[in-house]
Design a protein around this ligand. Structure first.
Ligand SMILES: [Zn+2]
Length: 429
């Protein structure tokens, strides 16, 4: 999460959509019958090629064929999606299913883990219905490994939601970004993150989190940030050597570390240590960007949360300043050839609305096709699902969405998802 300000905005609960899904259309056996999807266009996000009309043949949860026309097996159901565009399912690499709009510091103190888990179930459904077929949850913020249960319930078809990569609590230092600061010390309010103060602590916490079901580890590498004389100032939390110890421990078991890092020298330490992604990434120095290009480390801008807080926080001016600085730096990062993954930081703003991140990436200088790549192929790589998700290709998971209109000429089309299929199962139609 990216906090709005030390003093939180008024508590207002998420307006959870009152509708309920029709009959349990996500039952897994429905994936068996072949389906032909037909629409005005199909977009290959890797090459940028548009075929009009476009078709995709799906069977057994996988994509079989993609093209202007495909085979129509006799037993196939043919679904005409009219004027829409067929795209790979969207992927958000920075979400918080266990957070909802309102004072995030207080909700994690006042609401029980069971209550927060019920809300997370609804959030997962809302994100899927908005076209997000895979997500990386960047921290339950005090609900520990409850996200493991959520991921497993989705994977076993008990509840609708995106495919998930989860990390349990994020990891933080004593007095760091997600520690419980500003409360009566005698109350011993628990932090939203798990504490680790040195390399040995980090290794121990990482082993514990993997034991509890985490897929990857999230570390807070920067503390509170401020803009001073036009420059972003933020303290680092772990040294480069400590972050390297964490990356090595994760690597030992084939896993990765992602960091919350907004400025220098924190982003440099993270790049040198070899993290998979640098999230927020407001300021990246030249050497940091060089290492990121060399090692394929992506930046995850999370503009939507900053944009939301610039209108909904107790200190909108400070948030606007930070957003303007980030937008300026983003143009430099684009020019320097940094690669990006889409990540919205949804949770503190309503689940299911995060396609706005694509709109903001384009507003701040990215080409629409590159924004789409950030939220499909690049994001799949960050989640470790390159080769199975993020593109419409034979043999890939049948994670497919249709949007109204053409997203290459109007990126806001991604905010109007009309059809959602995940693993060959139709969730929205
Ligand atoms: Zn976050």
């Amino acid at each position: 999460m990216r906090r709005s300000s030390p003093s939180s905005f008024p508590l207002a609960f998420c307006a959870i959509a009152a509708w309920v899904l029709p009959n349990p259309c996500w039952s897994q056996d429905k994936a068996a019958r072949p389906v032909v999807l037909h629409a005005a266009r199909v977009l290959n996000v890797e090459t940028g090629r548009v075929q009009a009309p476009g078709e995709v043949l799906v069977q057994g949860g996988l994509i079989v064929e993609v093209g202007g026309t495909v085979r129509h097996p006799a037993e196939a159901e043919v679904i005409d999606l009219g004027e829409g565009t067929l795209l790979p399912g969207l992927i958000d690499t920075h979400v918080h299913l266990f957070l909802h709009p309102g004072a995030e510091d207080l909700q994690t103190v006042q609401e029980s883990v069971p209550e927060r888990t019920i809300r997370a179930v609804l959030a997962a459904r809302d994100d899927l219905m908005a076209g997000f077929t895979a997500e990386r949850d960047m921290g339950t913020e005090g609900a520990g490994p409850a996200d493991t249960a959520l991921r497993n319930a989705i994977d076993s078809g008990l509840i609708p939601g995106p495919r998930l990569r989860v990390c349990g609590n994020a990891v933080d230092i004593l007095g760091g970004h997600e520690d419980a600061i500003g409360y009566n010390p005698e109350q011993h309010v628990l932090p939203n993150a798990t504490q680790a103060d040195n390399s040995a602590d980090l290794v121990k916490v990482i082993r514990e989190q993997f034991k509890q079901g985490a897929d990857f580890i999230k570390i807070y590498e920067t503390g509170k940030d401020a803009v001073v004389d036009g420059q972003l100032v933020t303290p680092y939390q772990y040294t480069q050597a400590e972050l390297s110890a964490a990356v090595q421990e994760a690597k030992r078991v084939g896993r990765v570390i992602a960091v919350h890092a907004t400025g220098e020298p924190c982003t440099l330490y993270a790049a040198q240590a070899g993290v998979v992604s640098i999230d927020h990434a407001d300021v990246l120095g030249d050497e940091t960007m060089r290492i990121m290009r060399e090692r394929g480390i992506v930046a995850v801008p999370t503009f939507t949360i900053s944009d939301y807080f610039s209108q909904h926080s107790a200190s909108p001016e400070r948030q606007k300043q930070l957003l303007e600085l980030h937008a300026r730096e983003f143009r430099k990062q684009l020019a320097a050839g940094v690669s990006f993954a889409m990540g919205s930081d949804v949770g503190p703003f309503p689940h299911g609305t995060q396609a706005r991140e694509f709109v903001l990436m384009v507003k701040y200088g990215m080409k629409p096709l590159d924004a789409l790549r950030a939220g499909t192929v690049n994001a799949a790589r960050v989640l470790g699902w390159q080769g199975t998700a993020g593109a419409l290709k034979p043999g890939f998971w049948a994670d497919i969405v249709a949007v109204e209109g053409d997203p290459l000429s109007d990126i806001t089309a991604l905010q109007r998802v009309t059809f959602v299929m995940k693993g060959g199962v139709i969730y929205k139609r």
